[in-house]
Design a protein around this ligand. Structure first.
Ligand SMILES: C[S@@+](CC[C@H](N)C(=O)[O-])C[C@H]1O[C@@H](n2cnc3c(N)ncnc32)[C@H](O)[C@@H]1O
Length: 334
């Protein structure tokens, strides 16, 4: 990999380019690496985990769909011989690996969600705290920004997305207010949306600032759930995750470990169910004298869900909601 890529250079110079990898030691311990291992980092980000994995393995294939992550890999990892960047979403795991003639891998990490540089750059539109275009696409060269979707979506669809992916109890009222505002103003900025949500929620509750001032129970910003929901929707994050997990079964070698870090209960539920369903015989078939080969377990769950320690959360508050789950591919028995 060579040359600079402008995507990284067009961002505001003040943003933080760093990303503190979460559950770092736990991931390394669970991947069970050796010098012959071929490993996938499905979420390269700024390469925090990749950098630690690379010296321990024979080859690492890193996926990311964010052009700034790709630029970072080109700028900082291009000299590393056993590193290959695959500029594809991780739902294209199999095709991405087959382009490099990789048939089997010995481990895979998925560190889901957004990176700190994505959140900290106002122009990306992920943050309700920073004024920027209402975009939120991980790959801003493809697809539709949130602003475009919100301009045309029906009341029902907006409410459904905010409720489903944000678990937001005021989804209907927020959708109603979005429609009212867009009647007379184009909804194009993150702060416009944050203000809409805040005003809807303020009608019901004391303001976020007020609650903090009064030292009431720690509270999240009123727009947190709505922003999270729209981000998950516009990037099809749940579909991406499900697709990649299914494909991992086809590419992991026997003994290969799958490590997934989620930050959201919906994600974690998908990961937990996937690992559970593939590590047992479907209860519907359990009584059969012989279980069909295709229906036999493909995974073994390794340990329990791991959370960040208090010390890690103090240093890196992003780790607060992180959950690591690990499973091992077991041999297909004919
Ligand atoms: C939490 S960050 C990973 C940080 C990384 N582990 C590190 O230490 O720097 C998640 C990264 O995954 C990428 N990502 C999220 N969903 C993706 C998908 N479906 N396909 C490819 N990359 C994705 C994001 O663009 C982001 O860069």
């Amino acid at each position: 990999m060579t040359e600079n890529n402008n995507s990284e250079l067009t961002m505001t110079p003040t943003h933080k380019k760093t990303h503190e990898p979460v559950l770092f030691n736990e991931v390394l311990a669970n991947l069970s690496l050796n010098t012959n291992s071929v490993v996938v980092d499905a979420t390269f980000g700024r390469g925090g985990h990749s950098a630690a994995i690379l010296p321990q393995v024979s080859a690492l294939y890193a996926f990311d769909r964010d052009p700034t992550a790709v630029a970072h890999a080109k700028n900082h990892f291009s000299e590393i011989k056993n590193f290959t960047l695959i500029n594809r979403p991780f739902s294209e795991l199999q095709v991405g690996l087959s382009e490099h003639a990789i048939k089997g891998i010995d481990g895979m990490l998925m560190d889901l969600g957004v990176s700190s540089p994505q959140l900290d750059v106002a122009e990306r539109g992920f943050s309700f705290r920073l004024d920027g275009p209402l975009d939120m696409r991980m790959n801003f060269e493809q697809g539709m920004p949130v602003s475009e979707w919100l301009a045309d979506a029906s009341h029902q669809d907006i409410a459904r997305v905010i409720r489903t992916f944000g678990d937001e109890s005021d989804a209907l009222a927020i959708a109603t207010e979005i429609l009212a505002v867009r009647e007379h103003t184009a909804l194009t900025r993150t702060t416009q949306l944050a203000d809409i949500v805040t005003s809807v929620k303020a009608k019901k509750f004391k303001s976020h600032a007020q609650r903090r001032k009064e030292g009431m129970k720690k509270t999240i910003h009123p727009a947190t759930k709505t922003f999270q929901a729209l981000r998950i929707f516009i990037n099809q994050e749940m579909h991406e995750l499900e697709t990649c997990l299914e494909q991992s079964l086809e590419v992991l070698n026997a003994g290969g470990r799958l490590c997934v870090i989620s930050f959201h209960s919906l994600e974690d539920r998908i990961v937990k169910r996937f690992m559970r369903d593939h590590s047992r015989v479907d209860p519907v078939l359990a009584g059969l004298p012989e279980i069909p080969v295709a229906m036999r377990p493909k995974l073994k769950i390794v340990g329990k869900a791991t959370h960040a320690t208090k010390e890690e959360i103090e240093k890196n508050p992003r780790a607060r909601s992180a959950v690591l789950r690990v499973a091992e591919r077991i041999r297909d028995v004919a």
